[in-house]
Design a binder for this molecule. Structure first.
Ligand SMILES: [Zn+2]
Ligand SMILES: [Zn+2]
Length: 442
């Protein structure tokens, strides 16, 4: 009898436990699937949409290069002042970090980059770049506008936030490692997770894509000066020809991927610059070559092999070579790796917010992003937001014809805001394991 009682008790207890667990998980699931589309509706409302378009166009007209984003930064701060969001400035010269919510953990960060590119805009339109030779051709003007749109909506909900949303406006994404500098200056202090969005013409309008794990490649650059001895082109025996040496170098570099790399492991070595000589009958003293490398694994070994191949192949041709792996201060950027758990949360959120078909499983690409520094330091998630329409008229990033589809801005703002709210909500449900104590910046 006693044994039956014990068995019955144990069964009842297990049943109760099961019920509790399932109600807990349905509470979490319910919360996730119950995320209303309020942020999307709000982001599309004239109040938020018009201000995003205005901000984006203003930044587009006055593009500023890495670490020179003074006016962009000023505009961001005046917009944050307008909606009453506290911020830290300067961080990494022009960077701004805003804080919305309780000022207490958990802290979740949303990131936008602010810099433009050294190129001439080719499109004629009302808000064309007013600075010759500089252009927002990577959509960073749109990224700032989307994050400010999200800030506006989140600030209105600040009393309901179960933690703090950290808005990171970073300088110098394009090759100058602004993210790294932001981290060195404390941008991620107490932050548990970070999300970043990049506009793209490669996905249809309103669709968003990401993947778990490796998403973008580690990226680096190289430049080499191959020096010989110039002279008359008709008397080559009295010269040491750096043109022939450079030709051997360019061909030998091709073997690093085709012969030394596992065909299933994606890598790129491209020589994209060759400069040397300026007469038909003169062998020059030197030739300069330059290019880029991309890899998900074995990045520094590939850098070393590039250096070796250039110097040794130059020596075979009796030339000297010096190799610079950070030309024009362009620092190598690590691969962007998405955290698996954040990827799951993001995917579920997008499906709830925009519908099942709106999430696209992205393939890894050999492009690079300095968001990788953030995602290397703490769990991070980087995604692409599509803006291509039926006309297929949206050019690729870094094209002089590039333009942002402004109708995509509300999607970006809504994704930012919803993800932050949901992350904090999930965290509160699971019980925060973050450090206690208030954030001393607030
Ligand atoms: Zn870019
Ligand atoms: Zn970019």
């Amino acid at each position: 009898m006693a044994l039956i009682n014990i068995l019955l008790f144990s069964l009842t207890f297990q049943l109760l436990l099961l019920l509790r667990v399932s109600s807990e998980s349905s509470r979490i699931a319910g919360d996730v699937s119950g995320i209303p589309t309020k942020f999307l509706d709000l982001a599309k409302s004239p109040e938020v949409f018009d201000s995003m378009v205005r901000i984006r166009r203003k930044i587009h007209e006055n593009p500023e290069l890495g670490y020179e984003e003074f006016e962009t930064s000023k505009l961001i701060r005046s917009e944050l002042d307008l909606i009453g969001v506290k911020y830290r400035y300067p961080v990494a010269i022009t960077g701004v970090i805003g804080y919305i919510g309780t000022g207490e953990p958990p802290f979740v960060a949303l990131r936008a980059d602010m810099d433009a590119l050294n190129m001439q805009e080719a499109l004629e339109w009302e808000h064309k770049s007013k600075v010759p030779g500089k252009m927002h051709a990577c959509g960073h003007d749109g990224h700032v506008a989307m994050l400010l749109g999200a800030a506006k909506m989140l600030q209105e909900q600040r009393h309901d936030l179960q933690g703090t949303v950290v808005l990171i406006f970073q300088p110098a994404e394009e090759g100058l490692a602004g993210a790294k500098k932001m981290i060195e200056e404390g941008a991620l202090k107490q932050v548990e997770a970070i999300f970043g969005i990049h506009l793209t013409n490669r996905l249809p309008f309103g669709k968003t894509g990401s993947r778990a794990g490796s998403m973008l490649a580690g990226t680096g650059f190289f430049e080499a000066v191959i020096t010989g001895k110039g002279g008359h082109a008709a008397i080559p025996q009295l010269t040491i020809d750096p043109v022939v040496a450079a030709s051997s170098v360019v061909l030998s570099l091709q073997h690093l991927v085709s012969r030394e790399t596992d065909p299933l492991d994606s890598k790129v070595v491209t020589v994209s610059k060759v400069h040397g000589g300026n007469a038909y009958n003169v062998i020059p003293d030197s030739v300069t070559i330059g290019g880029t490398l991309r890899a998900f694994t074995g990045f520094s070994q590939l850098q070393q092999r590039i250096k070796e191949v250039i110097t040794k192949q130059a020596a075979v041709n009796q030339c000297n070579a010096s190799v610079n792996l950070t030309p024009n201060s362009k620092e190598p950027v690590p691969p962007t790796v998405n955290d698996k758990d954040l990827y799951k949360q993001f995917k579920n959120m997008v499906r709830d917010l925009l519908g099942e078909e709106s999430f696209v499983e992205a393939s890894p690409i050999m492009g690079g992003e300095d968001f990788s520094y953030f995602a290397e330091a703490i769990p991070g998630h980087f995604s692409f937001l599509g803006m291509q329409d039926e006309t297929k008229s949206y050019a690729s990033a870094h094209s002089p014809l590039y333009r942002v589809n402004e109708d995509a801005l509300p999607y970006g703002a809504a994704i930012h805001a919803t993800m932050a709210v949901q992350y904090l909500k999930n965290k509160a449900l699971k019980g925060s394991d973050s450090a206690n104590g208030s954030h001393d910046e607030l």
